[in-house]
Design a protein around this ligand. Structure first.
Ligand SMILES: [Zn+2]
Length: 69
C-alpha cells in the first residue's frame, strides 16, 4: 500500500510518491496555499512611502516642462 499524506489545504488523503504537487493533492490546492501565504506576508503596515513619492513626481514635472519648450 502506497504512502498517503493528508493535503494541507483540503485534508484529502493523497499519495506521497509520484505526486508532483505534494504534499498537496493538486495544483489548485498548492496555489491556494501559496496565495494565502503571499497575501498575508506581502503587506507591510506602517511603511512611509509618501515622502519618496512626492520627491519623484517633483523631479518628473520639472523635466517635462523643459522638454515642452
Ligand atoms: Zn487538496
Amino acid at each position: 500500500m502506497p504512502l498517503q499524506v493528508p493535503c494541507p489545504q483540503c485534508r484529502q488523503m493523497t499519495p506521497f510518491e509520484g505526486n508532483p504537487h505534494r504534499p498537496f493533492c493538486s495544483e489548485r490546492c498548492r496555489r491556494i496555499d501559496l496565495g494565502t501565504w503571499a497575501s498575508g506576508g506581502y503587506v507591510i503596515p506602517g511603511r512611509s512611502v509618501e515622502v519618496e513619492d512626492d520627491n519623484v513626481s517633483d523631479t518628473a514635472d520639472e523635466e517635462d516642462s523643459e522638454d515642452s519648450e
